[in-house]
Each structure stands twice: as structure tokens, then as C-alpha cells.
Design a protein around this ligand. Structure first.
Ligand code: CU
Length: 471
């Protein structure tokens, strides 16, 4: 979504909308306009076949267009024997195409193409997929059917030779409805909420103990889309652990997964033996085993916990959570930044985590949910809120909050001597940014990753999008 949504604010609808539903509909208008712009750009860039929309005749040896993007393989993959696949990467990341048990393309950067032969394949069904780690699980897998007499479609599957603009508009509008329903009903549209605060057990030696059960289970990413997630305590993100400076903390890993794991406490000072890097600092904790990680909280921290072993798959698949140590004390109370005074008695109505992911079975998501299942945030005009962004994914995400500048006051839990304001905060894998904002104006203000295909696809909004409802 571009700034086009904000333009509406000064247009004829400005300040008219006072209830969330009306304001959401105002927002829909912006989304439709943007969809048209995006697809118009797509047509100019992608439709180079002069497409007359006709379907080609079946001639073995013809080429079938196959388009790779995040995270889809598009194409009419019912082809006659001997057809070549004209593989184009229309995405922004590196992708490739593998035919299981047969050939593959090289890794293709965005915009690159390669022809992939099917000449050696007998009629039948073959699985094709992108072999970049995490991409297959995120949706880049489909079936190639080789059939005698199959007809090759020469449509460009990315835009189609004859795009149905009315359908694109309808899909865009409809993609918002479950989110609107979620706002107006106050009920979540998927099962399961992640990052729930966890109460400790106080052990006899005075340690605050948090039990984290590593297990593989089901997780509903968006309405009706249930994936196999790797979780702590059955939720994505895992439970949020909050402790105070001076606390003695014990985090008990209980492994119920069929493979070994460990827990690295990223951003938390501790002894080397508790760094969670098997097999260097400990043995893998195997199925049925436990391991206690102990530390004394010596400073405020915005930490995270996740496995180190098999991290490239375990983390994208959902194994992550926040560890906040006296994080409230990091707030820049009483400071003046670019002329804006932060109240000395600042008491935010919300201090929360927003964990970003983009790969594995969880895919493009905020706190383990993809729009329209992302959590809406309700505020009153004038409220202050603090958010700790975490990037547990494999890509960068510039998080843009409409209307309200974000004061970046801590990086990786380290308070900044010179906080600064920004409307877009870029968060790389492993990073945490702590931001503060004031909801100074009523409305429904969207909040999304500004890599646009992390927030929109042909079927409408999805992924890394949510909204503030300020009344
Ligand atoms: Cu993104």
C-alpha cells in the first residue's frame, strides 16, 4: 500500500468518518486505487508477448511461461511431452525451479529467466518447487502434468493477456472484509493467539522459572489456512517472558519434537554454558529431554529466544518469542526529540511486541498471523504506545505506520542517546527496534511492511498488514 491511502485524508472524505466501519470503507477506496496502479505497472512491465489472449495449439517443443514470485509458482502446468518451461522470476527475491527427480534452473535473481527442458520426462505428474530454503514450505510447490495432446496456454500467467480488472477490484475489496469483521465484532477470525504473557513458577531457590515446550503442531495463519508449525507451548510467537533487572531467571526447555534442539537467548547477558549453541556449549536436547538456561538479569533488555540448532528451518517455522527485562525503563521519558517533548510521566497504554516473519510454514506475517488475521490495535486519541519490533525472518522489512511518526528509542534493547523520529523503520533479520508513537488523530490507520508484495497479492491484501483504530 502506498501513500495513496493517506492522500484521502485531505480529499473530500477528510474527517467525515468517525466510526471504524465507515473509516475502514474509506480505507478500502485507497486500496482499490492502489491495486489498479500496481496491476497497470505490471502490465507495462510484464506483458511482452503482445498477447492477443488466444490459446496456442499443442505443439511439442513449445514453451510454457512459468512465473516465480513470493511465494508462488504461476503457470498453466499441464503440458504436452517435450514442452520447455520458460521460467521467469518476477519476484524480488532469488528463486529457482526444480522438477523433482529431474532438472532444475539456476538460482534466478528478480527479472532473470531460464528455459527448463522436460524432454526426458514421460507423461505423468511431477512435483516442481523452489529449492531456496523455506520457499517450498511457503507455497512454492505445485504439480507439473505431462499429458499427450495437452494444449499450451500462451497467456502470461503473471498478469494474464486479458486481465479482469473488475475481478481484481472485487478481490481487493473482499480481502479486507474479514479484517473489518474482526474489528467490528471484536472477535479474532483465526484460532490461537501468540506472544501471550507467561507467568513464572517460583522455584525453591528463588529463580523465576519459565517452562518452554518445543513441539510441532497446527497453527492457523489466516482464516482456514492451518499449517504445521514448530512452536513453543503451541503458540506463534511463543509466550512472552517478562522479568525485572535483578531477577534470577531459569528457562526450562522441554523437547517434545522428533529432533534435537536448544534455545539461544539473543540479546541477554549470560554465562557461556547457557548460550544455547549445541554442540559447542551444550549437547543437543533430544526428544524427551530438558535443559535449564539460567541467568541473572543485570540490565534492561529487549531479548528474544529461539533455537540455534536447525535455526534456518525452526525459526521460520515459528520457534521464537520475546524476553523483556525491565523494558519499560528504556522509554525516553522527559526527553525532547526534534522539538517533540516526551512526557516525564509517560505511561503508554500499550507496550507490546510485533514479531516479523517471512519464510517457512509461517510465511509473511505479524505475530504469527497473516492479514486479515492480524491483530487490529484500538486506541483513543492522544494515547501513547510502545512497540518492540523483532525480525525473526530471512528478509528486511520496512515497517510503515500511517500518519503517526515512530520515535525509535532503543536498538536491540540498547537505549539510544539520540532517539529519532521516522515514519518507516527498516528491520533486518535478528534486529529489534523499540518505537514509541502517539495516536494523535482519529481514523483507521494501516500499518504494514512497505515491500509491497509482502502486503498485497493479486487476490488482495495479505501478509504483513494490520491497522490502528483510533477513536
Ligand atoms: Cu516485508
Amino acid at each position: 500500500m502506498s501513500e495513496g491511502t493517506e492522500v484521502a485524508e485531505t480529499g473530500p472524505t477528510a474527517n467525515k468518518a468517525t466510526n471504524p466501519y465507515t473509516m475502514l470503507l474509506t480505507m478500502l477506496g485507497g486500496g482499490v486505487a492502489i491495486a489498479i496502479v500496481i496491476f497497470a505497472i505490471g502490465l507495462v512491465a510484464g506483458n511482452d508477448d503482445g498477447g492477443d489472449g488466444t490459446t496456442g495449439s499443442a505443439t511439442p517443443g513449445d514453451a510454457v511461461p512459468v512465473v516465480l514470485s513470493e511465494f508462488a509458482i504461476d503457470g498453466n502446468l499441464v503440458v504436452p511431452p517435450g514442452a520447455a518451461l520458460d521460467v521467469e522470476n518476477a519476484g524480488s527475491q532469488v528463486h529457482n525451479l526444480y522438477i523433482e527427480g529431474d532438472g532444475n534452473t539456476a538460482d534466478l535473481a528478480g527479472g532473470e529467466s531460464e528455459s527448463l527442458s522436460t524432454a526426458g520426462l514421460d507423461p505423468g505428474d511431477y512435483t516442481v518447487y523452489c529449492a531456496i530454503p523455506g520457499h517450498r514450505e511457503a507455497g512454492m510447490e505445485t504439480t507439473l502434468s505431462i499429458e499427450e495432446g495437452a494444449v499450451i496456454s500462451t497467456d502470461d500467467p503473471h498478469t494474464g493477456a486479458n486481465p479482469d480488472y473488475a475481478q481484481l477490484d472485487e478481490d481487493m475489496i473482499n480481502s479486507f472484509q474479514p479484517f473489518v469483521d474482526q474489528v467490528t465484532s471484536g472477535e479474532r477470525n483465526t484460532e490461537g493467539v501468540g506472544a501471550q504473557d507467561m507467568e513464572p513458577v517460583i522455584d525453591p531457590d528463588g529463580y523465576k522459572r519459565f517452562d518452554l515446550v518445543a513441539e510441532i503442531g497446527e497453527w492457523e495463519i489466516e482464516p482456514g489456512n492451518v499449517v504445521e508449525a514448530w512452536t513453543f507451548n503451541g503458540m506463534v510467537p511463543g509466550p512472552t517472558i517478562k522479568v525485572n533487572v535483578g531477577d534470577k531467571v531459569r528457562i526450562r526447555l522441554i523437547n517434545k519434537m522428533p529432533l534435537g534442539t536448544d534455545i539461544h537467548l539473543h540479546g541477554i547477558r549470560k554465562e557461556n554454558e547457557f548460550d544455547g549453541v549445541s554442540p559447542l556449549t551444550q549437547d543437543l536436547t533430544m526428544q524427551g529431554e530438558t535443559f535449564d538456561y539460567e541467568f541473572t538479569a543485570i540490565e534492561p533488555a529487549v531479548g528474544m529466544y529461539h533455537p540455534h540448532a536447525h535455526g534456518y528451518i525452526a525459526i521460520p517455522n515459528g520457534m521464537w518469542g520475546a524476553v523483556l527485562v525491565s523494558s519499560d525503563s528504556l522509554l525516553p521519558r522527559g526527553q525532547t526529540v526534534s522539538g517533540v517533548e516526551i512526557p516525564a510521566d509517560l505511561d503508554p497504554v500499550l507496550e507490546d511486541v510485533m514479531v516479523l516473519n517471512d519464510a517457512g510454514t509461517i510465511g509473511l506475517s505479524l505475530n504469527g498471523k497473516s492479514f486479515p488475521a492480524t491483530e487490529p490495535y484500538a486506541f483513543n486519541v492522544g494515547d501513547w504506545a510502545a512497540i518492540h519490533y523483532y525480525n525473526e525472518g530471512l528478509q528486511i522489512h520496512p515497517m510503515h505506520l500511517h500518519q503517526f511518526p515512530q520515535l525509535i528509542y532503543a536498538k536491540d534493547g540498547i537505549p539510544l542517546d539520540q532517539p529519532y523520529w521516522a515514519d518507516t523503520v527498516n528491520i533486518a533479520p535478528g534486529e529489534r527496534y523499540s518505537v514509541l508513537f502517539q495516536t494523535a488523530r482519529p481514523g483507521v490507520w494501516v500499518w504494514h511492511c512497505h515491500i509491497l508484495n509482502h502486503a498485497e497479492r493479486e487476490s488482495g491484501m495479505f501478509g504483513m498488514v494490520t491497522a490502528l483504530v483510533v477513536s
